[in-house]
Design a protein around this ligand. Sequence first.
Ligand SMILES: CC(C)(COP(=O)(O)OP(=O)(O)OC[C@H]1O[C@@H](n2cnc3c(N)ncnc32)[C@H](O)[C@@H]1OP(=O)(O)O)[C@@H](O)C(=O)NCCC(=O)NCCS
Length: 219
Amino acid sequence: MSKIVIFGTGDIARLAHFYFTSDSNHHVVAFTVDAAHLKNTQFCGLPVVDFKRVEKLYPPRTYHMFVALSYTQLNRLRARKYLAAKNKGYRLVNYISSLATVFKNVQIGDNCFILEDNTLQPFVKIGNDVTLWSGNHIGHDTQIENHCFVSSQVVVSGFCQVKPYCFLGVNSTIHNGIVIAPQTIVGAGAVITENTVEKGVYVPPRSIRLSKSSDKIKL
Ligand SMILES: CC(C)(COP(=O)(O)OP(=O)(O)OC[C@H]1O[C@@H](n2cnc3c(N)ncnc32)[C@H](O)[C@@H]1OP(=O)(O)O)[C@@H](O)C(=O)NCCC(=O)NCCS
């Protein structure tokens, strides 16, 4: 069992505390945030300390860290804090749900947050600081590179490359062999059939509302 400090005190940090506590070998001992966000000295019943001083109170030779932030600024905020924690000498740990299916030859970097019902097929490579929220299918031989956020129920088919800093919205689908360029945003429900362009934003057709109300429809 390793002792860890979680960076952040938002919803992702609260969930990370829950997942690490209920389903991992890591023991959360404290939280850390930048001084500007240090509003309370306790979170989830544990101390919250200034990130500037964290290595004095929880030295990296004894404690590891997990950066629990979402996709703010298209993952760049999380990436900055990930690098800052590494520069202080911390080892960044992963959370990989016991309810995920991860084949033995799958490679996973550090600071990854892989929730329940993800399927990572053989020969998949996941970079550093990647979030796979619940229920995604990551097809065989696909690579998801550093600092990406994959929402829920996303299908990334086989032989895809998802380049750094991408966001894949809920229920989106990536055809096999596609390259998702760096900093692409794939909106909820979009279907990607060709390589994307860097910083491209892709959305599906929207549902339209019929002019009649639901009580006028015989079901
Ligand atoms: C693609 C996405 C990121 C765009 O975000 P956004 O810019 O904040 O969204 P907005 O609703 O303000 O849309 C911006 C513009 O794009 C248009 N637009 C958005 N989605 C569209 C769609 N599917 N079809 C056509 N136009 C669309 C909006 O009408 C709006 O146009 P306007 O500027 O002329 O008013 C967002 O629609 C999305 O899919 N987010 C992912 C949700 C998700 O997966 N959440 C899970 C998180 S864990």
